[in-house]
Design a protein around this ligand. Structure first.
Ligand code: NAD
Length: 509
């Protein structure tokens, strides 16, 4: 990219860490700057560049706050989350603008990011009156058996930048409703959004130390959080490489650990698909959020009978997408998040060319007009992609879509399942049997029929198979986040007044 065209301007104030209910600078006093990826002249704000000392203070505050918070009745914890959800509704537009400025997604998506946090906060507030376990019959008389959910303790939460308010909400609200205390280390690309979300929760009435925020970089602030002896559990969302590294650190320290990482999500388009619907789903899945969703549709597996017609329409649609600053209502596609991401995506485009795929559309940065100073990349489509190519296997996390050709459903499903990741998968077909077979055989955490790979709802568990996910799922209730943020305690109560031996004492009449 070239030199910047206009003078630098600052639009936001600095944020701070939240430790034990107080907003404080990093002990070192160091900060780092966040710029708008759509316009590098705009400084969005500054955040503390924290280190192990700040993490230690935050973890100690969370540890001290844990007994009282765990003892607070869950419905009372829920009341605070309800208040937070109401505040989020009130602050939705302000937070949406901040999402757009800090990480660049276009306004409708930025508002959707905040709405997801609102939905999750209301939903988890309501879990305060459920959080149920099981009561089952004992095999012995005058004895009962039940299981209850109990909090795990101090949670270290590490989040990525692509859903800078929604993903912190996915982790913080179930952790809190379950009675855990929290230290959040948000992504260095979007700490201001995370800080504003934390500020709303704090304003809703959380006691000091229950929720703490430490901003900074992965190695300096994230890793000390994972390794801190007073942290009982870690929930990570981000890249597979970092997640795999942290999984080992956590296992060595015997911590609860869950991770959700990358995707290489396929859409199968069969010869009987509604082509307009499939094209619109592929455009939304491939280029929405500039392809920076873990559920982005980065592979399209297209039946040979409709391949050329589908590709022509897709290219037409991709060329019509309007790139622009997130806050311009006409913009449909924003920038990618950073210089590093920009370079990584361009490198993958070069890899695709060298591997022999056909560049059918896009393939370069886009710095026309109002996009001059942003990390914009034209929507890019590769055809003639072979399943073994790196661009068909590795997560690019940018506006790049690979098209593979197939001649039948079983081959398409084999191709769909043939990557290291298994987050989301979709099929477009009018054939009920083909849809049922795909539903059964696609190995992914989320399967969509006649819908794109993106569009998960918060009341269902979210996560993936193979290298995408490890540990219980995010979101949802039972079978999802509640399993991640609680541990089970089983209680047997014997009121027979006798020594009864399970599996041994014969039943009395
Ligand atoms: P990343 O792995 O670079 O960073 C994620 C977080 O980990 C950041 O907060 C970062 O500071 C921290 N981190 C980095 N190195 C660390 C270390 N050594 N110790 C502790 N923390 C460390 O990922 P990213 O670029 O922020 O996010 C993009 C990735 O996230 C993509 O792979 C995407 O698929 C994935 N993602 C997955 C989901 C999901 O639910 N499956 C959702 C959103 C994003």
């Amino acid at each position: 990219m070239g030199r910047m065209t206009t003078g630098v301007r600052a639009v936001m104030e600095a944020v701070q860490n939240l430790i034990n209910g107080r907003w404080v600078a990093a002990e070192s006093g160091n900060t780092f700057e966040i710029r708008n990826p759509a316009d590098r002249n705009e400084i969005v704000g500054r955040a503390p560049d924290s280190s192990a000392a700040d993490v230690d203070a935050a973890v100690r505050a969370a540890r001290a706050a844990f007994p009282a918070w765990a003892a607070t009745p869950a419905p009372k914890r829920g009341e605070i989350l309800y208040r937070a959800a109401e505040l989020l509704v009130r602050h939705k537009t302000r937070l949406g603008v901040l999402v757009a400025r800090e990480m660049g997604k276009v306004m409708p998506e930025a508002l959707g990011d905040v709405q997801e946090a609102i939905d999750m906060t209301y939903y988890m507030a309501s879990e305060g009156r459920r959080l149920s376990g099981e009561t089952v019959p004992s095999e012995l008389p005058n004895k009962d058996a039940k299981s209850i959910r109990v909090p795990i303790g101090v949670f270290g939460l590490i989040t990525p930048w692509n859903f800078p308010i929604a993903i912190p909400s996915w982790k913080i609200t179930p952790a809190l409703i379950a009675g855990n205390t929290v230290v959040l280390k948000p992504a260095e690309e979007a700490p201001i959004c995370a800080a504003q979300f934390v500020a709303v929760l704090q304003e809703a009435g959380l006691p000091p130390g229950v929720l703490n925020l430490v901003c900074g970089f992965g190695a300096q602030a994230g890793e000390p959080l994972v390794c801190h002896p007073e942290v009982d559990a870690v929930s990570f969302t981000g890249s597979y490489a970092v997640g795999a590294h942290l999984a080992i650190l956590a296992a060595e320290r015997h911590k609860h650990f869950a991770m959700e990482t990358g995707g290489k999500n396929p859409i199968i388009v069969m010869d009987d698909a509604d082509l307009d619907l499939a094209v619109s789903g592929a455009l939304w899945g491939g280029f929405g959020t500039s392809g920076q969703r873990c559920t982005a549709a980065s592979r399209l597996i297209v039946h040979e009978a409709i391949h050329d017609r589908f590709v022509a329409r897709l290219i037409g649609g991709a060329r019509r997408l309007k790139l622009g600053n997130a806050q311009d209502p006409a913009s449909e596609i924003g920038p990618v998040v950073s210089a590093a991401q920009y370079q990584k995506v361009l490198d993958y485009i070069e890899i695709g060319r060298r591997e022999g795929a056909t560049l059918a559309c896009g393939g370069a940065g886009y710095q026309e007009g109002a996009c001059a100073d942003g990390y914009f990349i034209s929507p890019t489509i590769f055809t003639d992609v072979q399943p073994t190519m790196r661009i068909a296997q590795e997560e690019i996390f940018g506006p790049v879509v690979c098209i593979l050709k197939t001649s039948n459903l079983s081959e398409a499903i084999r191709m769909a399942n043939d990557t290291a990741f298994g987050l989301s998968a979709a099929i477009y077909t009018q054939n009920a049997n083909a849809a049922a077979i795909a539903e059964r055989d696609l190995d992914a955490g989320l399967v969509y029929i006649n819908a794109s790979t993106i569009g998960a709802e918060i009341q269902m568990p979210f996560g993936g198979t193979r290298r995408t996910g490890l540990g219980p799922r995010e979101a949802g209730g039972r079978g999802g986040a509640l399993d991640l943020y609680t541990k089970w305690k089983v209680i047997y109560r014997d009121f027979s007044g006798q020594l009864q031996k399970a599996q041994i004492t014969p039943p009395t009449a």
